[in-house]
Design a protein around this ligand. Structure first.
Ligand code: AMP
Ligand code: MG
Length: 315
């Protein structure tokens, strides 16, 4: 009896130590996902530009986020110099991340149809070495995928050491479209929030920094973009009759996004709600966040081999 309670106490202490180690490691990662707070001992400085991060536990009302926001920038030309210099920073830091070969960065892009996921990838990652970058677009699951647990297909695509991975749609579809369309019952999708948080925490603990972006457009803007896809022969291929059906569920999607973001914006894997009616402003916001986060990760070129000064390349 006494032995039993001693071993129970020991087990409890061990599990407390495990939890503390995990909390310490995720707190360390959280400093990286809040780069403006790095190196600050007192209260954090105001960010010098809006970051649109959803703080853990605070939630978000999407109706209160202005999709037209663009700070003091009025047009695309105004952001170009900063966008270009930010892209250069990303390219330089990516080169270090790749060479260092120890950690990776996972970017999750979610939006409603026409929200700008493809455009973001095209514009933000210009200049990045394709060898160090992987893009995965997730569609409705195949028969094989659906025969597995919902995370199966995503977990396989998590970037390995040294890489930047981009999820164009992601495991969040399994609490978004799946919820809105009733593809599985609530008692199946609801526990997924907790599963997702554990998944992302476990990635964090193995050196994957996770950033998640919701590209926020208005319903009017979606109408304009769908109409322009219909009107332009070169854009028609992107139009799907299903987009019109999805659009009818706009309010249900807003609710599903709000709950997903509120429940899964964590210290270690934060959500950013990015005003996205202006494509150029959206690109700037996302590029800044990626560059700042990579900078805070501080990837280093590995030490060269010893004795290279004396190395001679034969004729
Ligand atoms: P698109 O991104 O326009 O190529 O469309 C991909 C489609 O796949 C969208 O309609 C998504 O809602 C759908 N999709 C992606 N992931 C899932 C999922 N896990 N379950 C059901 N549908 C999905
Ligand atoms: Mg589509």
């Amino acid at each position: 009896m006494a032995d039993g309670s001693r071993s129970k106490r020991a087990a409890a202490a061990a599990s407390q130590r495990t939890r503390k180690a995990a909390a310490d490691a995720t707190a360390k990662e959280a400093r990286v996902t809040r780069p403006e707070r790095l190196g600050v001992t007192g209260s954090p400085p105001e960010p010098d530009y809006p970051r649109y991060r959803v703080e853990p536990g605070e939630g978000v009302r999407l109706a209160d986020v202005d999709p037209d926001e663009s700070e003091h920038y009025a047009k695309q030309k105004d952001v170009l110099p900063e966008l270009e210099s930010t892209r250069d920073r990303i390219a330089e830091l990516q080169s270090r991340l790749y060479a260092e070969n120890r950690r990776s960065l996972l970017l999750v892009l979610q939006a409603l149809d026409t929200g700008g996921k493809d455009g973001t990838i095209k514009h933000v990652f210009q200049g990045v070495n394709p060898q160090g970058c992987q893009v995965w677009s997730f569609k409705a699951p195949s028969a094989e995928e659906i025969a597995h647990d919902f995370l199966w297909r995503y977990h396989q695509r998590v970037p390995s050491r040294g890489l930047i991975g981009i999820f164009n749609r992601s495991h969040y579809e399994d609490v978004l479209v799946v919820r809105v369309k009733g593809l599985v019952p609530e008692d199946v999708w609801r526990p997924r929030y907790a599963v997702i948080n554990q998944f992302e925490q476990s990635l964090t603990l193995s050196g994957v920094t996770v950033l998640k972006f919701y590209l926020h457009i208005s319903k009017d803007e979606q109408k304009r973009r769908l109409e322009s896809r219909l009107a332009d022969p070169d854009k028609r291929w992107k139009f799907s009759a299903n987009d019109l059906r999805e659009r009818r569920h706009w309010d249900a999607y807003m609710t599903a996004f709000e709950e997903a973001i509120a429940t899964t914006s964590t210290e270690y894997a934060p959500w950013y709600v990015v005003p996205a009616n202006n494509k150029w402003y959206r690109n700037l916001v996302i590029a800044r966040t990626i560059a700042d986060t990579l900078e805070a990760m501080d990837p280093r070129y590995p030490e060269p081999e010893e004795g290279l000064d004396a190395a001679v390349v034969d004729d």
